[in-house]
Design a protein around this ligand. Sequence first.
Ligand code: CA
Ligand code: CA
Ligand code: CA
Length: 670
Amino acid sequence: MNFPLPFQNHLAWMLCFGLLGFGALPSGTASAATPGDTTWVRAHDARDLVWNEAYDAYGEFPDASTSYGRILLYFTLGCASSGCSDWDYTVLLSLVDTATSTEYELGRCITPYGGYMRNGLKGFNNNWTRTFVYDVTDFAGLLQDRQKLRIYYDGWSSGFAGTMDFAFIEGTPPRPVLSVSSVYHSGASDWNYSNSADFESAYLPARTLAMPVGTSSARLRVTPSGHGFDNTDFCAEFCERDYSVRINGTERFRQSMWREDCGYNPVYPQAGTWLYDRANWCPGAEAWTHFHEYTPESGAASVALDLDIDAYSWSGPQTPSYLLDASWVCYGAFNHILDAELLDILSPSTETEHARFNPSCGRPLVRIGNNGSEPLTSCTIAYGIVGGTVCYQPWSGNLLYGESEEVALNNISWPDAGSLSPRFFARVEGPNGSSDEVAWNNEKQTRFDRVPVYENSFVVWMRTNARPDQNAWTIRNDLGEVVASRTVFDGPFLLHEDTVYLPDGCYHFQLTDQAKDGLEFFANADGTGILRFARTSGGFLASFSADFGTQLDHNFTTGLEQGGVNSSESCEVTGLPDDVGGMGIAALTLLIYPNPARESLMVEWITAQPSAGLQITLRNLAGATVWQRAFDVDQGGPLRIALDGLVPGLYVLDAWSGGQRARQLVAIEY
Ligand SMILES: [Ca+2]
Ligand SMILES: [Ca+2]
Ligand SMILES: [Ca+2]
């Protein structure tokens, strides 16, 4: 069925798994009714989920009068008031449109083997929570006024708890939603796969989907998960299969229903087989939603769509089954041509999602994306510690609408991390050398923890288990260069003591396991290994969980606190716009006076005020930065640069604002 949505209220973000860091929130300050302002709505508040049933609550959502650029569902899973269950159960989150009795799935996650959380073992206790974030902007037309929100807990023993928080971020969406249709929806009913023909005719028949007048693009969002395994093919939980989608008779999309990162789950270790890869889910993690973009023929009023799971046969006591949800969303024309986004700060971060490689002292890692209709081919990423030196790094690539990319940034000036509660920020500027049409999604900030400090020389103290051939470790410096490693071990159940000497700096230790089952796992016969760092003088510096799955990552410094590390990279140099006036970089027209200058230098823009903040750097002719500062957009002009303490001579002034740059030689006199 098709439900027309009366309001242009949508943002389509094709995240590979619809997750954003909870702490990586937009950094804009709130004021009345401006883009980026966020309205929060809570629908379930630590609701105990203790039996296999639907838990309903009503959300009081904003009315249709305000436009939202994005709507996110933050679902926080925790232990029930009676404690966490031992088992991995499916949790389905949905909106129930009571007018049509249609249930729209908004997200799906699987509980962890929660005995560890309940019992206070392995670093967990009853206060454990994990927040999953789902982009539900496609359902904007339904998330209005009073609506029924459902948590279906597919578990048979107590229990877990769930909280639903919706964030409505004001703004104009990239393209308006014209309609959203539920195409396939199992809900919590297992769809049994006896054989392909029966399965397809019963659950996944071909559909004809109407498209409203004005549809210029559409997408299919599909969330599948496979369950059951007591059969010859271990299907559908432990067998990798594809689904394919035909539109008007032609196969347009093919997608594996598999997650191969369960052994790198940030919620670890757990009881049970937490590290086995599965059919699009992991215990304690979310089921991924796959997004398929489609451009219909101009004027087409409908499409014929058919989703099929690849045919297979099996035998044995347990029938494979699937939970599957698919929605079809039709959109009007794009609202923005150029809209880059800072999607996530992966490192430094305190997010559970990124806990495997944080805290960090090394290169920051961010994810940028394109929400505009024009491919994003370049931008500048400004970043650093809030209130400290601003670093700039140019990025180039080719991101189509909805695509994203991780970007490793050059090291930041960690001495700026000296404040009590430092925050890190990253911001995209100047997409394709031009102005960004949507400002609210350009910047995010994170809080972060310090890494531990070790002595310059210590011992990597590792006892192998029965399968040392699966393991190797490396230590890399902050440039990513391997400075110590062991890739071959002398034999099983042997202690290896490797003394390393590391000059003052930031380092990344990594231990890998090709079998993805760590140095200890209850469900194999490999016995138990041990990994510790030890002092050369005796005693241990650090101990690590042997039950780590795929890979163990650990960042640390030697000799200095994190805040004292001077990176061997310099972000100021990297970010200098040496190609001012070159291709793709618009000139920023500034008036810089007087020149020569004595006590101060004034900077004023000649034409329009810059749309992004203005950064100004002064370098001497040896290339050393002698003065640097970022100005807010609304600072107004002219800006005054005090020249106190600068020796007379020639200096290079560089100014950036978004994708616009200016450079001028200035002289300072006595
Ligand atoms: Ca089918
Ligand atoms: Ca933007
Ligand atoms: Ca192993």
